[in-house]
Design a protein around this ligand. Structure first.
Ligand code: NI
Ligand code: MN
Length: 225
């Protein structure tokens, strides 16, 4: 499994030959100018919620790639009406895709489209790939519901928002890592805007002091699990 950070909360995940794109917000991110959305591969686009900083480039990329848009019922049908391929899910539901099992799980946040229309309830995703399992939290507060995930899935990586203000910050992300029983964390949703700028070294040190590993990738950088 290869995971590429495209800035903010956007990730590219490659499992075998399948390309998954999560929450594409690139063309509006001044820190991601080096990423060309016209070259990104996508068989599936996973959307955690409807906020602009998670869906901005969905239509451009889906129109070119014919990717299947996977999200909650409201978001999936919003794109269905626009003629895009879609797969609706809702909280607690899972489905066996060609890349593995995908579950849509709870998040504590909000989810309106940029025009104010209803974007359902926000969520996160658990992907059980062929060899590795990951959790993509989406925008969320720390929540006890995270304790449900390791009851069924042994995680190899937790991808958690760490920018604070709109989501949990570093201290809550450390507790989330305990709840998830996963000490390996990839941080996202930080630095894009002034409200969510963080001190990278201080954040990593806090994790290190708890015997945990916080990875922060440069935009365009990837890791392999
Ligand atoms: Ni949001
Ligand atoms: Mn956000």
């Amino acid at each position: 499994m290869k995971i590429t950070f495209y800035g903010h909360a956007c990730l590219g995940i490659q499992i075998n030959d399948v390309h998954i794109l999560v929450d594409p917000f690139i063309s509006g991110n001044p820190k991601a100018l080096a990423i060309d959305i016209n070259t990104l591969e996508a068989d599936y686009i996973l959307l955690t919620h409807a906020h602009q900083d998670h869906i901005l480039d969905v239509e451009t990329i889906a129109a070119r790639t014919s990717a299947v848009i996977v999200s909650n019922y409201e978001i999936a049908t919003y794109y269905e009406k626009k003629g895009f391929e879609h797969h609706p899910m809702n909280h607690g539901g899972s489905w066996d895709f060609e890349f593995g099992n995908l579950k849509y799980v709870n998040a504590i946040h909000t989810s309106s489209f940029p025009d104010g229309s209803y974007g359902g309830q926000p969520g996160g995703f658990v992907i059980e790939g062929e060899h590795k399992n990951i959790y993509i939290a989406g925008d969320t507060a720390l929540t006890f519901d995270m304790k449900l995930i390791p009851l069924q899935t042994k995680l190899d990586l937790a991808i958690l928002p760490i920018g604070d203000n709109f989501t949990m910050g570093i201290n809550d992300a450390i507790i989330a890592s305990d709840f998830l029983e996963c000490d390996k964390v990839l941080g996202y949703h930080f630095d894009t805007f002034g409200y969510i700028e963080i001190d990278h070294e201080a954040a990593k040190r806090k994790f290190f002091e708890k015997d945990k590993d916080l990875m922060l990738l440069e935009i365009g950088e990837f890791i392999e699990l």
